[in-house]
Design a protein around this ligand. Structure first.
Ligand code: ADP
Ligand code: MG
Length: 687
């Protein structure tokens, strides 16, 4: 019985409704995550072959991939190494010359398939012209038949395949699916289709002249010209982005309709004395974002704002001022950090800053809380304090334990999430639901390329601190091979002797097979190497109390060198530390290295970031060189996105990122923008 969905949408029919797909093929297609007709229609080719005109075998050039067409004139298996290994070879003749096709592992089926007299296409690259040879080519048997026109004399798609399903068979299935169902492909969002000029580039303003969806689906498989492919991809990507943006915008609209804001813009009676004793003047950028925040905190809808600012741009001070607005208004505040070390540091700073103003600062991490009931109310009612909490109001600082424990914070007016990129999108939602729609400020130092920002944080407003506090020392970055380490250690000792401090970072806690350096293994060596200076050890498997002790020692310069994993990547703020030495630097992402580098250059002294790496591959080296060349977090993030893709850049956060078949976030900013505009008008029209 057809499901209701397939009645409404013929494309939702199971793939077995395409002629030629039985149980067996359906099983093969399922391996490619093709279950419905639509999945098959959207199965994106991995490359194309222009089979309108073939190169002759004689014309083949060394190392240039090409497709040739010819007849097999000899084929056979050859055994060697006393019959333990075998290879298969055939000779293809197109009348101009011979081409050897060679596979280094003979398969049993080859003898029955590559039969003398049969005609084949072969795609490959010659690494030798004497004789001309393709090693492990992709081949396609030209079977005479009605459907030959699908496979030759045109540009043909080569789809991702699975064992048991070859390119020709897959192409036939897609063709038949298009024949039968092409007419059922509709315009999903009423996006105006158009003929218009064909261009892969975004048009200057206005709706892009992209093909209609049905046309685009046809073109992505069977383009008339190769230039059509990108055009079709953009159209299909746009549809994906619109679908996602509609979800984002609807969520936002629903939220705005149902959530009433708590009045939290404050009256300055705490901020004034706070700023007076802070010891520095806020930068213009900090002041600007605070204005944006204050407007939100006093508006009809709860704030949903992302605060972006490069490492060291001073987000904590902005967080403190924001907290004070809510506190002034008589509401409590929660501040969440991704690590205990960072939560501790915030606790220390906020205690120092806010307690003189009469604000209570509380701590709650997995391993520690300041006060059993300190303002918290258990959801089960046990141990609840009488509801006399306000005033004065409190700020609660913690890790994700803030959301996993059974506590709720009464009169919660504001939630601040620091280093948001370390939390998943889902966690963010979970946390906000704890209160009665508190205002939300999320902060991140991972500068998010605009495309990702719009995609991941489309439901948040964006503020950016685009200026560094004045009076910072310069940070110099160097890449060095490990044979230069003795010199590097000398340099480090000099800086320590001058009273500065340093971080030394290795990628692993413990050694394993990958050969990367591990902190636990290097600790003793380092201590000896750096005597008389004191070395502290910090990594994720150390007990919380010990972590805290070593951080306190480092803050007080009782420990001069902190040996650590990338655990210190976020937040740690010690102005006297001026050297960051990272070994096996190639094992880290660029954004992560930039974060680590952000730990230095926080005081007036000149700082040095030294990346040790023995990578030889030009692209790995080039990647690291980006750091030598720039300290601009946005440029680094763009480079990381291009080099490693969004998953790597965002770490855990990728949980919030859908997989796109056609969308390529790296290049599709203009499409994401279009999609957002389209979605906004669609959602606004819906009621
Ligand atoms: P991040 O944005 O990376 O969280 P922090 O908030 O840790 O940066 O700030 C980095 C350092 O800069 C801190 O020591 C902080 O006290 C200092 N700072 C912040 N704002 C200013 C300012 N306007 N002028 C001078 N120093 C500042
Ligand atoms: Mg910070």
């Amino acid at each position: 019985m057809p499901s209701p969905e397939s009645q409404a949408n013929p494309l939702a029919a199971p793939v077995t409704s395409v002629w030629g797909v039985g149980e067996e093929r359906a099983r093969l297609l399922a391996r490619l995550e093709i279950f419905t007709v639509e999945d098959l229609l959207l199965h994106k080719p991995r490359r194309y072959e222009d089979r309108r005109k073939f190169l002759t075998i004689r014309e083949l050039k060394l190392n240039e991939p090409a497709t040739v067409r010819g007849q097999i004139i000899a084929a056979g298996r050859k055994n060697f190494r006393k019959g333990t290994r075998s290879m298969f070879e055939c000779v293809l003749d197109d009348g101009t010359a011979h081409l050897y096709l060679r596979w280094w592992q003979a398969q049993p089926w080859m003898e029955d398939y590559y039969v003398t007299g049969r005609e084949f296409l072969a795609f490959g690259k010659t690494d030798s012209l004497r004789p001309r040879t393709f090693e492990h080519p992709e081949t396609e048997f030209i079977e005479p038949g009605d459907d030959e026109f699908i496979h030759v004399n045109r540009i043909v798609p080569i789809h991702p395949l699975t064992e048991g399903l070859n390119a020709r068979a897959m192409r036939g299935l897609v063709w038949r699916a298009l024949e039968k169902y092409g007419g059922a492909i509709t315009e999903p969002f009423g996006v105006p289709p158009s003929g218009g000029p064909r261009a892969g580039e975004p048009p200057k303003g206005g709706t892009p002249n992209l093909p209609g969806r049905a046309n685009a689906v046809r073109m992505i498989h069977f383009p008339e010209e190769l230039t059509d492919v990108e055009f079709a991809r953009q159209r299909l990507a746009l549809d994906e982005f619109v679908e996602l943006q509609i979800q984002i915008q609807s969520r936002r609209k629903k939220f705005e309709a149902s959530a009433k804001a708590l009045p939290c813009s404050g009256d300055n009676h705490l901020i004034k004395p706070f700023l007076a004793q802070l010891g520095f003047k806020l930068t213009t950028a900090q002041t600007k974002v605070l204005r944006e925040i204050r407007a939100d905190m006093g508006s009809a809808h709860p704030m949903r704002r992302l605060l972006q600012g490069d490492v060291g741009s001073g987000k904590t001070a902005v967080a403190a001022c924001t907290a004070l607005m809510a506190l002034e208004s008589g509401y409590n505040v929660a501040l969440m950090a991704p690590t205990e070390i960072l939560a501790e540091q915030h606790f220390r700073n906020f205690t120092r800053w806010l307690e003189p103003l009469g604000v209570k600062v509380e701590m709650q991490t997995g391993s520690k809380k300041t006060d059993e009931n300190g303002g918290w109310k258990r959801e089960d009612g046990k141990g609840a304090r009488p509801s006399t909490l306000h005033p004065p109001s409190s700020i609660f600082i913690g890790t994700h334990a803030l959301l996993t424990t059974g506590f709720t914070i009464p009169r919660l007016g504001l939630v601040i999430i620091d280093e948001q990129h370390k939390f998943g999108v889902a966690q963010r939602e979970q946390f906000v639901r704890k209160g009665n729609y508190p205002h939300l400020l999320v902060m991140t130092a991972t500068p998010i390329p605009r495309t990702l920002g719009l995609t991941l944080y489309g439901d948040l407003d964006l503020s950016t601190i685009d200026e560094m506090p004045a009076g910072r020392g310069v940070v110099k970055t160097f890449i060095r091979a490990s044979d230069k380490l003795p010199k590097v250690w000398d340099f480090l000792r000099q800086k320590l002797a001058a009273g500065r401090q340093a971080y030394v970072v290795y990628p692993r806690v413990e050694e394993n097979a990958d050969g990367l350096k591990a902190v636990t293994k290097e600790f003793d060596t380092l201590k000896k190497n750096l005597t008389p200076f004191r070395v502290g050890l910090l990594h994720g498997r150390i007990k919380a109390a010990d972590k805290e002790a070593v951080m306190a020692d480092f803050h007080a310069n009782r420990v001069n060198v902190l040996l650590a994993t990338s655990l210190i990547e976020v937040g740690v703020d010690v102005a006297n530390a001026t050297v960051m030495l990272i070994e096996n630097a190639e094992a880290f992402g660029l954004a992560q290295l930039h974060q680590l580098r952000g730990r230095i250059g926080r005081g007036a002294h000149e700082s040095f970031c030294i990346l040790i790496s023995d990578v030889k591959k030009p692209d790995s080296l080039e990647r690291l060189k980006v750091l030598e060349e720039t300290t601009d977090g946005f440029r680094i993030a763009e480079a990381d996105l291009k080099l490693r893709g969004p998953g790597e850049l965002l770490g855990q956060q990728q949980s919030g990122l859908p997989r796109f078949r056609f969308g390529a976030l790296v290049n599709d900013l203009w499409l994401v923008r279009q999609a957002r505009d389209i979605a906004v008008s669609i959602v606004a029209a819906k009621d």
